[in-house]
Design a protein around this ligand. Sequence first.
Ligand code: CUA
Length: 329
Amino acid sequence: MVPFLGGASGWQASLLAGAAKTFWMPEQRSTFASDVDALFYGVLWICVFFFLLIVAMAAFFIVKYRRTDARPRAEKSSHHNTTLEVVWSVVPLIIVLWIFVVGFRGFMDLRVAPQGAYEIGVTAEKWNWTFTYPNGYEDSNLHVPLGKPVKLIMSSRDVIHSFFVPDFRVKFDIVPGRYSTVWFEATQTGQSPIYCTEYCGTSHSNMLATAIVHEPGEFDSWLAAAANWMEGLSPTEAGEILYTKKGCVQCHSTDGSVGVGPSFRGSFGNTRAFADGSSTVMDENYIRESILNPTAKVVVGFDPVMPTFQGRFDDDELAATIAYIKSLK
Ligand code: CUA
């Protein structure tokens, strides 16, 4: 890491940025955080300084040169003051060059992951995150080991989303049709919220996940156990977990409330009416079709916005999801 301020330390670092949450910034939980914050506070205090200087000088001149009976007309003033003009050009130039150099170095740090970083795939879609680990396991939350560089290889299935973890000071757009990458190294165990920060439609504000930082040893055992998570669960229990994991929860409630899609509650065995005027009883085949080919039958009153889950539910997962929907009486 290149220190932004040529190594701000001691009182400088504590003056510029504390590790704890402040009025301006959330807690610092990655190796980037102190450098990003140092630049932020640098720019902030430069703005505050010049704002106060300009307002104070404007107020002073308004009073000093106001019209009075003794001075009814504006007095002649000199056209040029070379010293003053050079100062007010060169000083801001030095300041903006400093901001550019420090900002560009930080940008390059954020963009270029170190060799050997731990790679995790990220898939963004309306309105869900999927994190894919090296052993093929998928999770709706981001689990990472402490103190190890993690590189995210991100893609979108539909529109532009943006991956944002304020605690890590990491943010990058995910554009359909290409891979985007970011990396970070977590410095504390615990949980941090993940947001989508590019408006992507109705449930954009619900496109949330959690970054969970594990102790390094604990991470490996977590991943091994997570990959076999369905073992020992009944289909209904597994289905309930899949409901969150696969993102169904973003659009389909289980309490009867209407979201982007119809509620699952009490739906099994009911007759569904479709936009094309037809209808059918909601059975196992209907659920299977609706997961794999969601636009084949669109329930009246809803938009055909659900993406296909073809290739993303295996047979066990389909059976478990159907069992869970059946259980929601
Ligand atoms: Cu995805 Cu906003």
